[in-house]
Design a protein. Structure first.
Length: 263
């Protein structure tokens, strides 16, 4: 992982390195003897070693779901990391449909009705978002996450952008807004969308909600703004709700998404 402080960005090529779903499940069983108040999402994706063998890809992800779904409040199916060769090919509608169907089957085998979200790349052509979203939803996914890191290097100069891997942080913000807007237009008002990418201020979050996000997630912002960022953003949203004379976050979301798009 590499910091690009002048751009408030990160570049990572970590991949999915971990001990595997069985080991994670064993640890979670120890610490989650009873459900806690905080929603817990599980991010699953194909291991590098199975890529290129579709049957193995499907079973690999299904195994992770069978191990982890009982601990999860939602499952995120990651088909968009740029650091696992071939993974982004799973965004092709036919392949994505089969993958999501395998995830849904694995969850149902555990008698789990856990929502499944599919995490998409920002580097897709604009005209592909609709068909990919419909493939995911048609196979049983309950929502979408936009976006993962980008292989583009918008605004980076000099040697900063020469490291390989996925770029996150402030340079991704504008493209992530566009991706959320495209997805919202494609799926209508009722499908949950989690907005990710370049969020580090209340205004960033308001813009993402206005684009169509129901929820937001962040990582790079914590590096540059510190661990209290989430609390700061919540306070900022509360102030926005109060200043508009609204009752709650749903009211704010509806108000923002009803406003005309800024030129």
């Amino acid at each position: 992982m590499f910091r690009v402080p002048e751009a408030k960005a990160l570049i990572n090529r970590l991949g999915f390195n971990n001990e595997g779903a069985d080991a994670v499940a064993a640890r979670l069983a120890d610490v989650l003897a009873s459900p806690g108040p905080t929603p817990l999402g599980m991010n699953v994706g194909c291991s590098r070693k199975v890529m290129g063998d579709e049957a193995a890809e499907l079973e690999d992800v299904a195994h992770s779901v069978r191990c982890l779904v009982r601990f999860a409040d939602y499952i995120a199916v990651n088909v968009s990391s740029p650091n696992t060769p071939g993974l982004r090919d799973l965004q092709a509608p036919e392949r994505l449909s089969r993958l999501v169907a395998a995830v849904m089957t694995a969850a149902s085998e555990q008698q789990a009705a856990t929502p499944v979200f599919v995490k998409l790349a920002p580097d897709l052509p604009d005209d592909q978002f609709a068909s990919i979203a419909q493939a995911a939803l048609g196979a049983g996914a309950g929502g979408l996450i936009a976006t993962n890191t980008t292989i583009e290097r918008p605004g980076l100069r000099g040697t900063a952008g020469q490291e390989g891997g996925g770029l996150s942080g402030a340079p991704l913000r504008q493209r992530a807004d566009v991706c959320v807007r495209l997805l919202r237009a494609a799926v209508g008002p009722d499908v949950p969308i989690i907005g990710v990418g370049g969020l580090s201020s209340t205004q960033d979050v308001l813009s993402r909600i206005a684009a169509g996000a129901d929820l937001v997630s962040l990582y790079s912002g914590l590096i540059y703004e510190g661990p209290l960022l989430a609390a700061d953003l919540n306070r900022g949203l509360l102030q926005e709700i109060e200043s508009r004379g609204l009752r709650d976050f749903d009211g704010l979301r509806q108000a923002l998404q009803a406003e005309p798009e800024s030129p």
